[in-house]
Design a binder for this molecule. Structure first.
Ligand code: VTB
Length: 351
């Protein structure tokens, strides 16, 4: 039996250098997609906004010195022209990276210029992320203060609420659960309310909803409900770094979806995926704000450039940071759409 070798100092430093480069690259990719999407804010054009984000994200990924493979993307090769699952991105040199991406999380939010549209991406070493098919996923997320093994999709919403209240030493009536406002959640919403807990309904954006549970000042104690499976893996990546708990269970609604899942090796739809099943190794998570939101500000178009607010996190180094990049106008993906009057100051100038 051989003992695992202790990495030499140079190897350790090389790994740190590589991680640092990947963190910067992940941030750069999200910034580029956010700027492109922001040019479509409020124009009511979901498809165009999404396409702009996808094109910009792909161009940015292609410029990186990585051997990247999209494992969570915009769909499969035959239905998505770009950033499809299995697509190779990057220059084909350097680190072998698996990539989960959501170029525009909340296309409706962007098209209607409402809060919390983001661009989101995660990098992981090859094999580090569950190759989740583009199906729905039942999800539950809580912050680190609730603790491990408190909530589970194997329990009813009532059991979960009682367990959370016990862990937080509060009453169920003090709890607030974030849920996507969808018809499919009518029964879940009434179950939560009949326990006495409160419900915060959101129109879209359940990656952010899961992240919000980790902020003890947010007033949101849990996220429950069914959203996209790709968004589930991205939420798990974020919670793995910040500290929090997430479970997911794929939802298969018809034969077509079952075949799609089977092609990706998934046959057991009763399986509950813990955070470590969804994200199996080190991970870098990055997000940039497109519209103003509770976590990140939206892109600001200013007279001589653009500013982008981003969050980057790295599991191994437990690094979590927000940054504000100012990029010159030459970085705009579609300069013809740039209008200086789109500048959105934080508060109206007085006088
Ligand atoms: C969620 C949410 C996304 O899709 O996963 C949701 O995070 C689920 O799909 O922002 P439906 O819209 O079909 O319910 C979004 O709302 C849009 O991608």
């Amino acid at each position: 039996m051989s003992l695992p070798s202790v990495p030499k100092l140079e190897e350790k430093l090389d790994k740190e250098k590589l991680d640092e480069a990947l963190i910067q690259q992940a941030r750069f990719v999200c910034e580029q997609a956010a700027i492109a999407a922001a040019e479509w804010r409020g124009l009511g054009e979901c498809v165009a906004a999404d396409k702009a984000a996808v094109d910009a994200m792909r161009a940015a990924l292609m410029s990186l010195p990585i051997s990247g493979k999209v494992v969570i993307g915009e769909g499969e090769r035959d239905e998505a022209p770009m950033l499809y699952i299995g697509e190779s991105v990057g220059k084909g040199v350097g680190a072998e990276i698996d990539i989960a991406l959501d170029p525009l999380e909340g296309t409706n939010l962007c098209a209607s210029s409402t809060a919390n549209a983001l661009t989101v991406m995660a990098f992981s070493p090859r094999g580090g992320l569950l190759h989740a098919p583009d199906l729905y996923m039942e999800k539950i997320a809580v912050g680190v203060e609730v603790g491990a093994d408190v909530v589970s999709l194997a329990q009813t919403p009532e059991e979960n609420l009682i367990a959370i209240a016990k862990a937080l030493k509060c009453k169920v009536s003090s709890l607030q659960v974030c849920i996507l406002e969808r018809e499919r959640h009518e029964s879940l919403i009434s179950q939560v309310r009949s326990c006495g807990a409160r419900v915060q309904l959101i129109p879209d954006g359940d990656i952010l909803a899961a992240i919000t549970t980790t902020d003890s000042k947010s007033g949101v104690h849990a996220y429950f409900g069914i959203g996209g499976a790709p968004e589930g893996v991205l939420a798990a990546a974020a919670l793995k770094v910040i500290g929090g708990f997430f479970e997911g269970r794929l939802v298969c609604r018809n034969e077509q979806e079952r075949v799609r899942a089977e092609k990706m090796g998934i046959v057991d739809f009763s399986k509950i995926y813990a955070m470590d099943d969804l994200v199996r190794s080190d991970v870098i998570f990055a997000a940039s704000g497109v519209t103003d939101g509770s976590l990140l500000d939206g892109v600001r178009f200013e007279d001589d450039g653009v500013s982008v607010h981003s969050l980057v996190m790295h599991e191994a180094s437990k690094r979590i940071e927000t940054t504000r990049a100012r990029l010159p106008l030459s970085h705009l993906s579609q300069p013809h759409l740039y209008q200086p009057h789109q500048s959105l100051p934080r508060s109206a100038p007085s006088g």
